[in-house]
Design a protein around this ligand. Structure first.
Ligand code: NAD
Ligand code: MG
Length: 396
């Protein structure tokens, strides 16, 4: 067999990064970690380097780089340490890299992911915020470079698996009526509305079915995650927002469905474990062992569905409105959400204020067209500044 595929894992110390490395380690003949990046948990990054022996490791700054480089030498490794956004872009676009797992959380993942797209790499896209911010530009860059873009988000990976290979001709052309995006409803699906004022970051991060990073856990509780996924689905599958319906399915066994005009509905099922979509995307169009236990339908016993309640989940309404408005609206929604979620995690605001802040920020700025990256970053910066202003105006 030829050399193993060289995989850069951006965000290797995170939840998706670790699951990716778990799958890679199961198939050393097929995959080799080429570069790993970490932002805070640098002891963990060192341990990952010892285990996977990458060519490069990327850390945020000079101090971290010096420390990690010394530790790597002491461990007898020749891994070279790079730093900052430039280092991330370098390992994402390196000529020897075949595939890039984009698993940095938030807007910080955008430039390195685009750098990989521009060089035509196979993109394993977990970093949904990148696509939400720059949808049109991102998809244009994918088409221009001929990059293969494979969704890692479990819902989008499910939809990808339920669509025929030629869906690029358009959903209508292949007979799709709707995409049904499933959502667990998160930890607050049944919490009395009056109690939401008092929920803590710990409660918001205690997801009933999935183990994930803190930001996406809060997004799942508020269902902003589903809103971002709605926007993500529109770009990935060339769908209009009104073709994507959100369905609450508390068991998280069906990861999403595609409804065809002949009445057929195709679904992808599995245990809620991100190693399934990661393996699917890594090996596509083949199938490999992911380490995920087989689905036991007798243990699952039942599958429930309900419509989302927009009073409980105002973020879903805000995201749908941003999807429909287009232009700078999704980037602003995403940026305001990132700042508001960070403030909630730092206990500076109450949980329901996440949605109120985003709504306030979006109402203060007219939507503009974003036909170049600078316009996206300007919208992102504007929304961050407006969110900070809300926080200081309200004494947080
Ligand atoms: P996480 O918080 O566990 O990990 C985030 C990673 O990004 C870490 O490696 C961290 O070091 C790095 N990072 C954070 N800030 C950074 C910055 N400013 N610059 C560079 N690196 C930075 O998050 P996660 O749960 O692994 O999620 C990663 C991405 O995947 C997110 O975009 C999330 O929406 C998406 N996603 C996650 C899941 C899941 O099950 N965890 C599912 C679907 C999609
Ligand atoms: Mg998801």
């Amino acid at each position: 067999m030829s050399r193993p595929e060289q995989v850069t894992v951006l965000g290797a110390t995170g939840s998706i990064g670790l699951s990716t490395l778990d799958v890679i380690a199961r198939h050393p003949e097929r995959y080799q970690a080429f570069a790993l990046s970490g932002f805070t948990r640098l002891a963990e990054l060192l341990a990952l380097c010892v285990r996977h022996r990458p060519r490069f490791a990327v850390v945020p700054d000079e101090l971290a780089a010096r420390g990690l480089q010394a530790d790597l030498r002491a461990a007898g490794l020749s891994t070279e340490v790079l730093l900052g956004e430039e280092g991330l872009c370098q390992v994402a676009s390196h000529p020897e890299v075949d595939a890039v797992m984009a698993a940095i959380v938030g807007a910080a993942g955008l430039r390195p992911t685009l750098a990989a797209v521009e060089k035509g790499k196979k993109i394993l896209l977990a970093n949904k915020e990148a696509l939400v911010m720059t949808g049109a530009l991102f998809m244009q860059a994918v088409r221009k470079s001929g990059s293969v873009l494979l969704p890692i988000d479990s819902e989008h990976n499910a939809i990808f698996q339920c669509l025929p290979g030629d869906f690029a001709r358009g959903l209508g052309a292949v007979g799709v009526r709707r995409i049904l995006l499933t959502a667990s409803g998160g930890p607050f699906r049944q919490t009395p509305l009056a109690e939401l004022e008092h929920v803590t970051p710990e409660q918001a991060c205690a997801h009933p079915n999935w183990s994930m990073g803190r930001k996406i856990s809060v997004d799942s509780a508020s269902m902003m995650n589903k809103g971002l996924e709605l926007i993500e689905a529109c770009w990935l599958f060339d769908a209009r927002p009104d073709q994507v319906e959100v369905v609450i399915h508390p068991q998280s066994v069906i990861h999403s469905l595609v409804d065809y005009v002949d009445g057929s509905v195709l679904a992808q099922l599995g245990n809620p474990d991100m190693r399934t979509p990661i393996s699917n995307a890594l090996a596509w169009p083949e199938r490999i062992d992911s380490g995920v236990a087989p689905l036991d339908l007798f243990a699952v016993a039942r599958l429930d569905f309900q419509a989302p309640d927009e009073q409980r989940f105002p973020c879903l309404r805000l995201a749908r409105a941003a999807a429909e408005a287009g232009g700078s609206a999704p980037a602003m929604l995403n940026a305001a959400n990132e700042v508001a979620v960070a403030a909630f995690l730092e206990r500076r605001i109450r949980y329901p204020e996440i949605a109120s802040i985003i709504e306030d920020v979006l109402s203060r700025e007219a939507v503009v067209a974003v036909d170049e990256l600078d316009a996206v970053f300007a919208a992102d910066a504007k929304a961050r500044a407006l969110t900070e202003q809300w926080l200081s105006r309200n004494g947080r």
